[in-house]
Design a protein. Structure first.
Length: 395
């Protein structure tokens, strides 16, 4: 029998030794050598569990200090994060081109402007460049005297050149309005004004120093107005036509601009520098205009797809254009130290290099225009290819 044991004391112990000390204190004292062992409190885990249970039974809740709530991000940071995330979404790409396409368009535009400035500097502001320009200006028609008879009149007669260019511009705006590409039409108007104004003003503002009094016609004639006009018409056509006609329109625009650029030299209207500057200047402005493609300026969602004709045509034009430009640049560099003597034996090489440069620059520029136009107008997404998901019926 165990006497004088308060059962409530049993709740304060956590092992058998403590219980034995309460039930039989004499035996516990003998076991510990006459020393009374201090009681051990129950484990914190068990104490916490029992405390929670007692609190729940009593219907009272002990206030617990809650952890501080994480601070909400600033509204500017939230908006920027959402914008960064949304730039890759179907909703964003339905009305905007990819950021990479816009950056590529801007970078190519800057490179084109730098190339135009470099050509103008070498051909106009250096004595050797003026010698080469004057040499090719006088030699092209002499080396190929019957060349003009095999060229259609639309590439040689000024009235035909202007008429065909105007027809291309009218067709471009007709395509844009008929397809309800009003943003494209507005971009085309701005581009046309800037390109016309640039070519017109630069020809009258840029100085041409007289480095040799024996060089004929010291007045500045760069950039070529006829070549710039055909380039403007070609860029507008590439911007406005639908996907199935982009490659064909680009090929025609490249052929037309190249032929006019060559014929203005052949007929003695302009120097090689004038035609090259016009091609690079207008092409660079066209690439810059395509960076602002938006909303109705893009292909309709559900009709966007990759185009084999665009891929092949743009690749061939860019590669062939760069190769032709490299060939022409190499030949000119070999002739550069001799152009002041105008050696007749090397005149053919100089004319061929000039033709290669005009053809190469025109092909490379229009190849870039075609690739950038398709990339900005038809970013490939699920919604762009398949169309918007169906809307559930209203109840």
């Amino acid at each position: 029998m165990v006497d004088n044991v308060d059962l409530n004391d049993l709740e304060d112990f956590d092992d058998l030794d403590d219980i034995d000390e309460v039930l039989n204190p004499q035996r516990a004292a003998q076991k510990n050598g006459g020393v009374k062992r201090p009681r051990r409190l129950k484990s914190p885990v068990r104490a916490k569990e029992e405390s929670s249970a007692q609190t729940a039974e009593a219907g009272e809740s002990t206030p617990v200090e809650s952890a501080p709530a994480p601070s909400a991000p600033a509204p500017e940071q939230s908006a920027q994060s959402a914008q960064r995330l949304d730039r890759g979404s179907d909703e964003y790409l339905a009305t905007h081109p990819r950021i990479s396409s816009v950056i590529a368009s801007a970078v190519l535009s800057v490179l084109g402007l730098l190339a135009a400035a470099s050509v103008f500097y070498v051909g106009v502001w250096t004595l050797t460049g003026q010698y080469f320009d004057s040499w090719m200006w006088s030699q092209m028609a002499q080396i190929y005297p019957s060349f003009e008879r095999y060229v259609p009149v639309i590439f040689t007669d000024s009235h035909w050149i202007i008429g065909v260019s105007v027809g291309m511009i009218v067709a471009a705006f007709a395509f844009a309005i008929a397809r309800k590409r009003f943003w494209t039409a507005g971009t085309m108007i701005v581009f046309m004004i800037v390109a016309f104004g640039s070519s017109f003003i630069l020809k009258r503002v840029l100085p041409r120093p007289v480095l040799d009094s024996f060089i004929p016609d010291p007045a500045n004639s760069a950039p070529s107005g006829h070549t710039a006009f055909t380039m403007i018409a070609g860029v507008l056509l590439v911007m406005a036509v639908p996907r199935v006609l982009r490659a064909l329109a680009t090929l025609w625009a490249m052929i037309f601009s190249t032929a006019v650029g060559v014929m203005v030299i052949y007929d003695g209207w302009h120097r090689p520098t004038d035609a090259l500057t016009a091609i690079l200047l207008v092409g660079a402005l066209g690439l810059l205009a395509m960076a602002f493609t938006r909303a109705s300026g893009m292909d309709e969602p559900g009709t966007r797809k990759s185009s084999v004709s665009v891929q092949i045509t743009s690749t061939v034009l860019i590669v062939a254009g760069l190769c032709a430009s490299a060939y022409g640049t190499y030949i000119v560099s070999q002739l550069y130290s001799l152009v002041q003597y105008r050696p007749e034996a090397l005149a053919v090489s100089g004319v061929q290099a000039t033709l290669a440069l005009i053809l190469g620059q025109s092909a490379a520029v229009f190849g870039c225009l075609l690739a950038v136009r398709h990339a900005t107008a038809a970013p490939l997404t699920r919604q762009g290819v398949m169309g918007a998901p169906p809307v559930p019926p209203r109840q």
